[in-house]
Design a protein around this ligand. Sequence first.
Ligand code: HPA
Length: 280
Amino acid sequence: MAVPQDCEDALRFLRARLCGFAPEALLILGSGLGSLADEVSADGGERPVAVPYGEIPGWPASTAPGHAGRLAFGRLAGRRVMVMQGRPHHYEGHEMAAIARPVYLAAALGARTLCVTNAAGAVNTAWSKGDIMLISDHIRLFGDSPLRGENPPGLARFPDMSDVYTPALRAVAHSAARDLGLTLREGVYMFFPGPQYETPAEIRAARALGADAVGMSTVPEVIAARHAGLAVLGFSLLSNMAAGIQNAPLDGAEVLQAGEERGAVFSALVRRCLAGLPKA
Ligand code: HPA
């Protein structure tokens, strides 16, 4: 697959490090959810590789709290994975296209699926802090598209966004949640660029538009994944009720705390979904 021109150095670098290892899936671990990367193992004969983002040419740095900034390759739940332990965000100053680069790299290395996770604020008042939401669709009204600018040869200029979150993988997620005895919410994620949290009026507007959760990530990578032809599975850990729902200010520490409290069950769900991905 052709990659955007600004990915070519990184692709050469990673190919040299990987000695032929081809990931089946890219797993992006969001705020407070990075510990799953520690479970990446070398079983199957391949050695695991861990590369700090800073060593990869042109890789966007990730500076947010709870984001280790490391790329791991190896096996998880029996599948060959490329795992981003932490991700770059638009609010850190990255262009949307830079945030999307890892997705094109994963596709060029062989990945056919993106599994993306984040922490988000719950907009749906019937839900609770700590719930896990399977993303069914998203709303991106703010911020550039990651596809703005030159289009790599062979990729659609105007890609379809009808079934962005692959229905067959959402069925895998529901079945995994049932097996684990876990209540899995399903709903619409709305992107806000941040870094300030939303106002209560913005959250009322988001709800009126059909959002169930809000967050500052995920959408750029998902758009790039569909552009590159990857299947997509997305989960939000609802780390707090969104602004104005409870009579208290929002505090970023809640995001890391939710990761600590719900990280194990969240990781179990992701592992089970990886195991249930269709074989290529
Ligand atoms: N808003 C935006 N991003 C978030 C939130 C929120 O309430 N919680 C975690 N990430």
